[in-house]
Design a binder for this molecule. Structure first.
Ligand code: SF4
Ligand code: FES
Length: 278
């Protein structure tokens, strides 16, 4: 009977051998845990198929390390389809690697040349502490979402489609912003480790829609304040975030966030004290 592991190994093997493999040298950041110092370790990976994704190439390396009884390289992944945002790492100095608008899991090895040296390291930002090797703790993003990335009106059952009319431009802006997958590449690319592109995408996603209006001002105040509390830096309009973003979230969201934040700071009423359900 073929085990799940054998099937996985066979799949990788067929990827390696079907389309003219090539060799690479990897310099991978290895760090045992958040307390110990890390360093780059060099590995040679042979027989890499141009059709492999970058993560499949790391799988090949890890299978080899496991066979030798060594600790495999820890890296995050889930969907491998560019939608979950977990495959965050820096490849040759670029968050998610050299291909524009592409997550690491969708990056293919045909982007690299035979004999090339590839440097792989984790996202580096004070608010994203390294947990192990290429894995960083991005729970700061979760806490920002907890402060306002929701609506609390009761929308009831799914309404008839045309009950609430939404202008096409507003719907488009909201949908485009909703593409943010929370990967953190914007933070990794920013020289100040600012999270403004991420926060502004989340604010735009809700702030463009009628359902998001009641809490729009308070949401802007709370989410921006939480980002500051998490240790993300301030935006200095470099624009590296938008260049690195695999979902091409535009900078105009940051301008919208700044307007909302300013307006809210000047005019928002203080939060109602919810004592005894009043
Ligand atoms: S704005 Fe782009 S880079 Fe930043 S978390 Fe969202 S998808 Fe990732
Ligand atoms: S593994 Fe989900 S976006 Fe890459």
């Amino acid at each position: 009977m073929t085990t799940e592991k054998q099937t996985f190994d066979n799949k990788l093997h067929s990827r390696q051998t079907t389309s003219g493999g090539f060799g690479l040298k990897l310099k991978v950041w290895r760090q045992r845990n958040s307390k110990q110092k890390g360093n780059f370790v060099e590995y040679n990976v042979d027989d890499v198929s141009p059709d492999m994704s970058f993560l499949e190439m790391l799988d090949v390396l890890n299978q080899r390390l496991i066979r030798k009884g060594e600790d495999p390289v820890a890296f995050e992944h889930d969907c491998r389809e560019g939608i979950c945002g977990s495959c965050s790492m820096v490849i040759n100095g670029s968050a998610h690697g050299p291909q524009k608008a592409t997550t690491t899991c969708q990056l293919h090895m045909r982007k690299f040349r035979d004999g090339e040296t590839i440097v792989v390291e984790p996202f580096r930002a004070k608010a994203f502490p390294i947990l192990k090797d290429l894995v960083v703790d991005r729970s700061a993003f979760d806490r920002i979402i907890q402060r306002g990335g929701y609506i609390s009106v009761n929308t009831g059952n799914a309404p008839e489609a045309n009950t609430t009319r939404i202008p096409k431009t507003a719907a488009d802006l909201a949908m485009d912003a909703a593409q943010c997958i929370g990967c953190g590449a914007c933070v990794a690319a920013c020289p100040n480790s600012a999270a403004n592109l991420f926060v502004s995408a989340k604010l735009t996603h809700l702030g463009m829609l009628p359902q998001g209006q009641p809490e729009r001002a308070q949401r802007a105040l709370d989410m921006v304040k939480q980002a500051q509390a998490e240790g993300f830096g301030g935006c200095t309009n470099v624009g590296a975030c938008a260049s690195a973003c695999p979902k091409e979230i535009p900078l105009e969201n940051i301008a919208r966030m700044n307007r909302d934040f300013l307006k809210a700071s000047l005019f928002a009423r203080p939060k109602r004290q919810e004592v005894g359900g009043v």
